[in-house]
Ligand binder design. Structure first.
Ligand SMILES: CCC(=O)NCCS(=O)(=O)O
Length: 391
């Protein structure tokens, strides 16, 4: 089945109908910035600020922050064909009778992968997120999965939620031939330009690099993007967020590449730990490397994780248990959390948990499982704030 998936992905590489790939030509020179003599570091006017799609803000304005969400994107790159007997339900319009099937098979329905068609529903969700006490969302959509910063800007204006957009590139299967041929220097210029000047032909600037996509094993093209990410981060002093491959050693392998290329691991989030590292000893070993530890699939509970059948996707209760373990081990300053909504069925419009599930359901559970209010505030407010603030 996994081989089937990889073949499907290779075919997708040539189709990519919905995943229009666009990059902004890199511009040389950084307005409002100074390059210190003898150093690579660009000291920009962003120092001490967080860059949202509506401009730079003081970090204290962010409030409760989900560090890994998507508001508009396409996940067609990772379509996973359903079992032959499920073709009819997979191709049916989304309705009440197939919601449970979608929850178990989110990647087997083309329609379910097009979150980009749900901007009105997402806007309603963001208004509810604010009413639930939310302040900021980091929108992790990068090149390759239909990033749309114009829509993000509109959503931020119309809802009052601070939205931080992501620079850079998703996993190898979405890299264009042009991207694959680029040097590390060219890739660095593009990422830096997306932060300092604007993204995908707009003046909307990204406030974080990532999610930078990596597979397992990490491909050559992904290694170049990782090096470019580290170089851009060294210049800008900005936050970085990584999508690791599905192997317990993948997060450490990524950190090693970033470190060797001059990246700042203390300002880097490692995403998707919920489906990647299961052994507590291995988790503590990875935690020692110093990145933020992100549990970002809250709300996603399914029996068979199609991209790696050996993985038992944890339940939300198990996720909370892992957070309590990390807190007890002294990592309360390094944890961040989110839902990583990337399919339609997870929106409340389709009976899903929505962007406010953590605030309304997970936080109360955390408080009953040995995590106190001060620690919850660190996880939801302080840690994201420190991560997102440019050095
Ligand atoms: C684009 C969203 C994304 O990459 N989510 C992670 C999905 S999974 O790798 O955990 O299946």
């Amino acid at each position: 089945m996994i081989g089937h998936h990889m073949q499907a992905n290779q075919a997708q590489r040539h189709r990519r109908v919905q995943c229009a790939f666009q990059t902004t030509p890199a511009r040389q020179g950084h307005f409002l910035s100074v390059i210190f003599p003898g150093s690579q570091k660009t000291m920009s006017s962003l120092s001490g600020k967080v860059q949202t799609v509506l401009g730079a803000v003081d970090p204290g304005q962010l409030g409760r922050t989900m560090t890994h969400e998507h508001l508009t994107m396409s996940f067609e790159c990772c379509y996973f064909p359903p079992a032959p007997g499920d073709k009819a339900v997979a191709e049916a319009p989304i309705e009440m009778r197939n919601l449970f099937w979608l929850k178990q098979n989110p990647y087997g329905s083309h329609e379910n992968l097009l979150l980009c068609q749900e901007t009105d529903a997402v806007k309603e969700e963001l208004l509810f997120y604010r009413r639930s006490g939310g302040g900021t969302i980091v929108e992790n959509t990068t090149a390759g999965i239909s990033r749309d910063v114009t829509t993000l800007k509109r959503l931020a204006k119309e809802t009052g939620v601070h939205i931080v957009a992501g620079a850079g590139f998703y996993v190898d299967v979405t890299h264009s031939d042009e991207t694959r041929k680029m040097t590390v220097e060219k890739l660095t210029d593009i990422i830096v330009s997306e932060v300092l000047h604007g993204t995908d032909g707009t003046s909307v600037k990204c406030g974080v690099i990532g999610e930078i996509g990596t597979s397992w094993p990490i491909t050559d093209s992904e290694k170049k993007v990782l090096k470019a990410t580290a170089h851009a981060q060294a210049q800008l002093g900005c936050p970085v967020i990584i999508h690791p491959g599905r192997n317990p050693v993948a997060p450490a392998a990524v950190v090693q590449i970033l470190q060797e290329a001059g990246g700042d691991i203390s300002k880097t989030v490692m995403s998707h730990l919920d489906r990647t590292i299961f052994d507590e000893g291995e988790l503590l070993e990875f935690a020692k490397m110093g990145s933020y530890l992100e549990y970002d699939l809250f709300g996603m509970e399914l029996l068979n994780y199609p991209y790696k059948l050996e993985v038992d996707m944890p339940s939300d209760s198990q996720r909370v248990k892992t957070l309590a373990f990390l807190v007890a081990e002294g990592y309360e300053d390094r944890i961040v959390i989110a839902h990583d909504i990337h399919t339609k069925n997870r929106l409340t419009k389709y009976g899903g948990h929505g962007y406010s599930h953590i605030l309304n359901n997970i936080v109360p559970k955390m408080l009953t499982r040995g995590i106190n209010q001060n620690q919850v505030d660190k996880i939801l407010i302080e840690n994201p704030k420190h991560w997102l603030t440019f050095k």
